[in-house]
Ligand binder design. Structure first.
Ligand code: ADP
Ligand code: MG
Length: 257
């Protein structure tokens, strides 16, 4: 996996630039939910997005895999503009893995089938190859022994790890995590964060919306702080947490730390 260079921030697009948002704006009616967002995610980089509720973090994630359209600006993934529809959009969705707060597993499919399905439908793998890959990934996130069960028979932490395996099965270029541990009981949070840490160490490019500041400190290359639809501050974690520049960030951190 490639190293994430930290220099060259305002140069022309680089091959290392995997996800690039340029002057992105989005409204929900009168609400200007994303205001002139400029953000570049480099290959292998882990970017943690934090900020108060309602600041636009989920909407930001959802625009990157086009679950939401944008009103102006551009988003490119690996040099390609986001496709509007059809097969190109399905391919994009496979390239951009997403894990939500709610686990979104198919309730009437087994764990193994959940991790096989997209591989067969979108990546056109045969059943045997899909099953083999699914078992490998379930093993990697520590739930190999749950393969034949149904989601409801698993704990929340196990279900979320299955959701991670399911997204990884598509071999995405980037993984988006939108508050993946917020719905979990406290004792299950660490097992999910640990799976994410492992992924980060392996070089996966990740955008992670989270309130887990320990994770942000230890796993992030960069912290992006959002408030009221804007990126207010962007910094390396130690700088952001120990020495935030904006009053908005200072205020937010004083409430949560
Ligand atoms: P966050 O994830 O930071 O809590 P969101 O991106 O979910 O913020 O929401 C940002 C703002 O946009 C909030 O005020 C929210 O109520 C509003 N919003 C989100 N989704 C929709 C929608 N589909 N329609 C209208 N307003 C929305
Ligand atoms: Mg949200």
């Amino acid at each position: 996996m490639s190293e994430a260079p930290l220099a060259g921030q305002d140069a022309a697009p680089l091959a290392e630039d995997l996800v690039v948002l340029d002057s992105v704006n989005k409204h929900f009616g009168a609400l200007h939910v994303l205001q002139d967002i400029n953000l570049t995610i480099r290959r292998g980089e882990v970017v943690v997005v934090i900020g108060p509720s309602g600041s636009g973090k989920s909407t930001l994630c959802r625009t990157i895999n086009r679950l939401e359209t944008i009103d102006s600006g551009t988003i490119t993934i690996d040099g390609e503009p986001l496709p509007e529809e059809g097969k190109a959009l399905a391919r994009l969705r496979a390239d951009v893995g997403m894990v939500f707060q709610s686990f979104n597993l198919f309730a009437h499919k087994t764990v193994l089938q959940n991790v096989m399905l997209g591989q067969i439908k979108v990546r056109r793998r045969n059943k045997a190859a899909a099953a083999e890959k699914a078992r490998t990934l379930l093993d990697r996130v520590g739930v190999a022994d749950q393969a034949e069960k149904y989601p409801a028979q698993l704990s929340g932490g196990q279900q979320q790890r299955v959701a991670i395996a399911r997204a990884l099965a598509m071999e995405p270029k980037v993984m988006l995590f939108d508050e993946p541990t917020s719905a979990l009981d406290p004792e299950m949070i660490n097992e999910v964060l640990e799976a994410m840490q492992q992924l980060a160490r392996e070089g996966m490019t990740m955008v992670v919306v989270t309130h887990e500041m320990g994770f942000a400190r230890s796993a992030a290359n960069r912290v992006v702080f959002m408030a009221d639809g804007r990126i207010v501050e962007e910094a390396e974690p130690h700088q952001f947490f120990d020495n935030p520049r904006s009053d908005r960030a200072k205020d937010f951190l004083s409430k949560i730390l």
